[in-house]
Design a protein around this ligand. Structure first.
Ligand SMILES: C[C@H]1O[C@H](OP(=O)(O)OP(=O)(O)OC[C@H]2O[C@@H](n3cnc4c(=O)[nH]c(N)nc43)[C@H](O)[C@@H]2O)[C@@H](O)[C@@H](O)C1=O
Length: 347
């Protein structure tokens, strides 16, 4: 039986990936931050996962886990994830998202030297590495112009992985992940916030969504699709970096329109408050991905449309509000069943 370690297993990506691997007969050891409430909240979705607490910065702990479980694959999905908030503690962001990864790679090398056992490594890189002045669809060769501590850290780690791959022949892949969402996304991210407001409005409540720039362009995909690309990256016969994106760009204005119209509200304006400048201007201007390499090499494409994704988020929030039950496996099963089997590639 293959074993995977997933760091950050209680996040949306970790959870979807764990379920996908379990369904394929893997054993999954998933780490969560000590003291975090997410594992409790996400418990209905993590059945079968061996959930362990591990502070990402405690690299000794990571070494122990590798030694104890001898995984075939490590998926590093943990770390600091808010672009905007990364200005709050840049040193912590660089530590968590870069220095820690350097230690993980060293640990995997030492493990290989000691046991002869190769561990494949996936790193969740980010479209934010491309930063400002981007135009057209971005592929793996687009230049990095990071503009936030978050993006700087992700860009450095991205290059670190490539260096390890070249110098030590380590099977390490960067997934350049564009924005991706799900009904399990927190409301600190804009899609989660909009979906919840649309559901509240549908229940007759009067939410107010305060937003920065409505014209920001992003390539929003469904997390459930993106994790399939993550899984396939490590299942391929050679390590590469992959853009995982839908290739379609939308604005926040589009998202609001789709979310509210999915519950029959044609005019969302009474629920919106605009505060231009409330969100940092140093993030990427507009992001659109070109996932041709993932399509050609992995047979991967994003299957869910923007409207399906946003509609699913709103409807799960509606079910939460109506039932009073925040998390239930039923919220997930419907969207999981919609996934057509991906091209068979086995590790
Ligand atoms: C690729 C990247 O994707 C995610 O980072 P993010 O893009 O910052 O995600 P978000 O949902 O917070 O913002 C989306 C856009 O919406 C704008 N925006 C406007 N008004 C509000 C607002 O009121 N709240 C928020 N959160 N965003 C707002 C905001 O400025 C941004 O342009 C993470 O997964 C990250 O880990 C990652 O790697």
């Amino acid at each position: 039986m293959n074993t995977a370690i997933i760091t950050g297993v209680a996040g949306q990506d970790g959870m979807y990936l764990a379920r996908r691997l379990l369904a394929r007969g893997w054993r999954v050891v998933g780490t969560t931050r000590p003291g975090s409430t997410s594992p409790v909240r996400m418990r209905p979705y993590l059945r079968g996962v061996d959930v362990v607490e591990a502070d990402l910065r405690d690299t000794e702990r990571f070494a122990e886990l590798v030694q104890a479980h001898r995984p075939e694959a490590v998926f590093n999905l943990a770390g600091f994830s808010s672009v905007g908030r990364s200005w709050g503690d840049p040193a912590l962001v660089l530590d968590t998202n870069t220095t820690v990864v350097a230690s993980m790679l060293e640990i995997l090398l030492r493990h290989r030297d000691a046991t002869g056992h190769d561990v494949r490594f996936f790193e969740a890189s980010s479209a934010e590495i491309f930063g400002s002045q981007v135009s057209g669809a971005l592929d793996e060769d687009a230049p990095h112009r990071p503009r936030t501590p978050y993006a700087v850290a992700k860009s450095a780690t991205h290059h670190l992985l490539i260096s390890y791959r070249e110098k030590y022949d380590l099977f390490a892949c960067n997934g350049i992940l564009f924005n991706h969402e799900s009904p399990f996304r927190g409301q600190q991210f804009v899609a989660g916030k909009i979906a919840r407001a649309a559901a509240e409005a549908a229940c007759g409540l009067t939410p107010t969504v305060t937003l920065g720039d409505l014209d920001v362009h992003r390539d929003w995909g469904a997390a459930i699709d993106i994790v399939e690309g993550i899984r396939l990256s490590l299942a391929h016969d050679r390590p590469m970096d992959y853009v995982l994106a839908t290739g379609a760009s939308h604005t926040l204005r589009d998202m609001i329109e789709v979310a509210f119209s999915s519950v029959g509200i044609d005019d969302p304006s009474p629920y919106l408050r605009l505060e231009p400048g409330m969100w940092p201007t140093t993030q990427a201007d507009a992001l659109l991905g070109d996932a041709s390499r993932a399509r050609t090499e992995l047979g991967w494409t994003a299957r869910r449309s923007f409207a399906e994704l946003v509609g699913d988020m709103v409807h799960v929030d509606l079910a939460r509000l109506r039932s009073g039950v925040e998390e239930d496996e039923g919220y997930l099963l419907r969207s999981e069943l919609q996934v057509p089997a991906a091209r068979a590639v086995t590790l």
